[in-house]
Design a protein around this ligand. Structure first.
Ligand code: NAD
Ligand code: UDP
Length: 340
């Protein structure tokens, strides 16, 4: 990357954004991290604040942005169902008004702009694995729609700005990504299972656990996003980024129990409405166009993530808060007759 490339990362204090800001700094860029701290925290980027080339700006993307940059990564949007359903109207506004604002900025600056889209644009997919040409199976009026349809509309806006204003756009469809700095209470499956296991709480598998997801380690994902941004103006995507290794949620629960050495029990809870039954990216396009594929397998990635959450739970300030939010451990079963 050119030494003086100025990059705006919206949602830069979140899970993916904070890793991306770090990698951009390592590549020599000047990074402007914009966030309203809805799900992101200053803590995620505190080590970056010492860098002269890093700046943190509190701002909501639903309001216009006036800055001077060469590239924009638009990541601002809560990503976990618990958080994006907390204020669904704001979620849609963040995706739609946010896209309009960053696209307007890119238009004025003639900047390259990348949208963090999602596998959720495929909804509960009828095509498996999902290819970019598949238009999806999305409920427009359900509890996940604020996120799914907001992201779909953002994709529409990106491509209309391309057609109408010849903008230099890139659309990445990101599949489930995990790793250090996920929010401990955002209810996403990897962070939830790990914290539950480390605290000895029940592991809550929704439904029978036969639904599948494909989990990509954060470092791999950030590498893919940076490669996509580095492509020429003819490459717009949409392009799937994710790890094509597919697991059932029950398998994930068992793996987390094994790697943490936890004595937690697996319990089943009702499956949320519109929960996709299967999800796995076809990454042929990313392999061909970006020469990219994930390198970190689930065992390695989960172990690194466990070690992060172990540290967080041991933190004097944050640890007790997380424990409180995860509730008291389930009472031990009464001793069997004869056990003393
Ligand atoms: P995250 O919740 O950790 O990060 C989102 C960030 O955006 C947070 O820092 C939050 O405070 C910020 N934000 C939210 N609304 C905002 C607003 N109105 N203005 C400014 N900032 C705002 O989630 P993440 O996992 O890091 O996801 C980042 C992006 O990647 C999101 O756009 C998400 O949709 C997309 N994505 C993530 C995944 C995944 O598995 N992690 C999968 C698909 C897509
Ligand atoms: N899930 C689960 N237990 C949890 C959290 C999630 O079984 O404590 C399931 C959820 O129902 C879904 C899968 O794990 O089938 C992935 O959920 P997540 O919220 O991480 O992401 P998304 O559904 O958006 O892929």
């Amino acid at each position: 990357m050119h030494l003086e490339t100025r990059v705006l990362v919206t949602g830069g204090a979140g899970f993916l954004g904070s890793h991306l800001c770090w990698e951009l700094l390592q590549s020599g860029a000047t990074v402007l991290c914009l966030d309203n701290f809805f799900t992101g925290t200053r803590r995620n980027v505190k080590d970056l604040l010492d860098y002269r080339r890093f700046e943190l700006l509190r701002h909501d993307v639903t309001f216009p942005i006036y800055v001077e940059v060469d590239q924009i990564f638009n990541l601002a949007c809560p990503a976990s169902p618990v958080h994006y359903q907390h204020d669904p109207v704001q979620t849609t506004k963040t995706s739609v008004h946010g896209a309009i604002n960053v696209l307007g900025l890119a238009k004025r600056l003639r900047a390259k702009i990348l949208q963090a889209s999602t596998s959720e644009v495929y909804g509960d997919p009828a095509v498996h694995p999902q290819v970019e040409g598949y238009w999806g199976n999305v409920n427009p009026i359900g509890p996940r729609s604020c996120y799914d349809e907001g992201k779909r509309c953002a994709e529409t806006l990106f491509f209309d700005y391309r057609r109408q204003h010849n903008l230099r756009i890139k659309v990445a469809r990101i599949f489930n990504t995990y790793g250090p700095r996920m929010h401990p209470n955002d209810g996403r499956v990897v962070s939830n299972f790990i914290v539950q296991a480390l605290l000895g709480r029940d592991i809550t598998v929704f439904g029978d656990g036969a639904q599948t997801r494909s989990f990509c380690y954060v470092d791999d994902m950030v590498g893919g996003l940076m490669r996509l941004m580095a492509t020429g103006d003819d490459v717009t995507g949409p392009i799937n980024l994710g790890n094509p290794q597919e697991f059932t949620i029950l398998d994930l629960a068992k793996a987390v129990i094994e790697f943490t050495g936890s004595r937690s029990r697996i319990v089943h809870r009702p499956l949320p409405q519109d929960d996709p039954r299967q999800r796995c990216p076809d990454i042929t396009l990313a392999q061909q166009v970006l020469g990219w594929e994930p390198k970190t397998d689930l065992t390695e990635g989960i172990k690194r993530t466990i070690s992060y959450f172990d540290g967080l739970l041991g933190d004097k300030e944050i640890g007790p808060l997380i424990k409180q939010q995860f509730g008291a451990p389930a009472p031990s079963p009464p001793p069997l007759a004869g056990e003393g």
